[in-house]
Design a binder for this molecule. Structure first.
Ligand SMILES: Nc1ncnc2c1ncn2[C@@H]1O[C@H](COP(=O)(O)OP(=O)(O)OP(=O)(O)O)[C@@H](O)[C@H]1O
Length: 461
């Protein structure tokens, strides 16, 4: 079976080139050039992968993404963006896009992203002992790959993981997009007594509402049109092990009711069957939404929220993981070198400084993407600033805070923005174990400016 791919871009030659390339790789590709044409195509059939430009002549990729996720939730949407639109792309991921690739598109990169999206789409069972699967999760959780981190935030996170893993408690992981929630869930499973039993990851945002019962609880042949064979649901498949409910905030109210019943009674009944099946599973759920707010607004059931949240873990933002930032960067450099068969050795000092200053709105996933792309573009064996997205270091229009204190060399402060300046200083101080001289060097400012800034932000050591 060949997977169906819809490409949406008003650049016709580019679409044709991509179509030729992907067709050669065995995909069944349809090209359209406007959002309205894309909507028509999606109304006719559901695609496995949708590759869309962020800017379209009659709409934008974000609006289209919302439409696609409503019409065909299982489609994996990949945005194609210019560097200046990376923030939009990161927001799109919060709305359910799988990933983004920066233009100009590199064929190997797009192919790899499509493969990863298809892996996610199939909601595969990840058997902990079978690292050969090639799944990103499986490979990251071997001892060489999983970055634990040394920052305060990481230490606390790892402590919580170790504490809760051996228990049977349900865990709710809350965190911004790309902070590593799925990775945390899998670590908990691997450190639990259930580690040799199945681990099933389910992307709740990708399950169509009318198929949800069958996906979770299975069905018997003939129970509805399209049920041509018996199907084992995710709950039964996870029996004895762990089920990971990603994007749990996306479940419809009806499905929430069914899920709660299954969790309380520890039994499931496949659609169309009169037999109940006993299940013994541990639940880990994740969300980047404000679930307590959803509960207050009546969109998420309070009883289910408490059932899932027996133990809550907050996945820290990358910008709050201080001294780990470069550790993660080096890890992603290694992974990208392997994936792209390159041998880039390190980052220039300037690039490291930019990494420490940047606020990483898309967290680990954004870092991974930026580094992968930089590895692709790098000429020599060092990643230099010129291959980074300029928005990572361009001076921001709002210079209010940088002019409010005496700054000897304002140029050196161009990395700062009013939004992340305080965080950048805290991160740098943490990284150099609170040595102010070294922190000033890392920040590229003089010590006096650093003192002034610390005073401004009430940073006390
Ligand atoms: N501790 C870690 N060490 C190394 N890589 C990590 C770690 N945690 C996460 N990653 C990588 O960072 C990326 C994002 O992680 P993950 O998919 O777990 O985030 P998420 O919070 O579940 O994202 P989303 O909110 O988009 O579902 C992945 O490529 C993952 O492999």
């Amino acid at each position: 079976m060949s997977y169906k791919v819809l490409v949406i871009d008003d650049d016709v030659p580019f679409c044709e080139m991509l179509k030729t390339f992907l067709t050669k790789k065995g995909y069944n590709v349809t090209n359209v050039f406007k959002a309205s044409e894309a909507q028509q195509s999606i109304n006719k059939e559901c695609f496995d992968i949708v590759l869309t430009d962020v800017r379209l002549p009659d709409s934008d990729g974000i609006e289209l993404l919302k439409y696609i996720k409503k019409q065909c939730p299982s489609a994996q949407v990949i945005l194609m963006t210019g560097y200046t639109e990376i923030k939009t792309a990161v927001n799109a991921m919060k709305l359910g896009a799988f990933d983004y690739v920066a233009k100009p598109i590199n064929p190997d990169e797009i192919l790899m992203t499509i493969k990863q999206a298809l892996e996610k789409k199939s909601s595969v069972v990840i058997e902990p002992s079978t690292e050969k699967r090639g799944s990103k999760k499986a490979s990251l959780n071997d001892n060489n790959g999983y970055v634990k981190g040394n920052s305060k935030a990481s230490k606390q996170l790892n402590e919580y993981i170790d504490l809760v893993a051996p228990t049977n408690m349900s865990v709710l992981i809350i965190g911004d997009s790309g902070t590593g929630k799925e990775n945390i869930a899998h670590s908990i499973h691997l450190k639990s007594k259930r580690k040799d039993r199945p681990y099933i990851a389910v992307d709740c945002g990708a399950i169509p509402k009318d198929l949800a019962s069958s996906e979770f609880f299975g069905h018997v042949k003939g129970s509805f049109t399209g049920a041509v064979t018996d199907k084992v649901g995710h709950f039964e498949a996870a029996n004895g092990g762990t089920i990971f409910l990603d994007e749990v905030g996306n479940l419809s109210y009806e499905v929430q009711v069914q899920l709660l019943r299954a969790l309380q009674e520890r039994k499931v009944k496949p659609v169309g069957s009169s037999n109940e099946i006993e299940v013994n599973i541990r639940v880990i759920a994740a969300t980047n939404e404000d679930l307590p707010k959803a509960v207050r607004e009546g969109e998420f059931r309070e009883d289910l929220y408490h059932r899932l949240n027996e133990f809550g873990i907050v996945a820290p933002r990358l910008a709050d993981r201080g001294e780990d930032i470069l550790m993660f960067a080096k890890y992603f450099l290694k992974v990208s070198n392997e994936e792209l068969e390159k041998e880039i050795e390190f980052f220039s000092d300037e690039v490291e400084r930019i990494f420490l200053m940047y606020d990483w709105p898309g967290n680990l996933r954004e870092m991974k993407n930026i580094i992968k792309r930089s590895v692709l573009l790098a000429k020599g064996n060092v990643i230099q600033k010129d291959v980074l997205p300029s928005e990572m270091f361009a001076p921001k229009a709002d210079k209010a805070t940088t002019t409010s204190v005496s700054i000897k060399d304002e140029e050196d402060l161009k990395l700062f923005s009013s939004r992340n300046e305080e965080q950048a200083i805290r991160t740098a101080l943490e990284k150099v174990k609170f040595n102010k001289t070294k922190a000033a060097q890392v920040l590229g400012i003089d010590r006096k400016t650093l003192y002034n800034k610390m005073k401004l932000y009430n940073i006390e050591l």
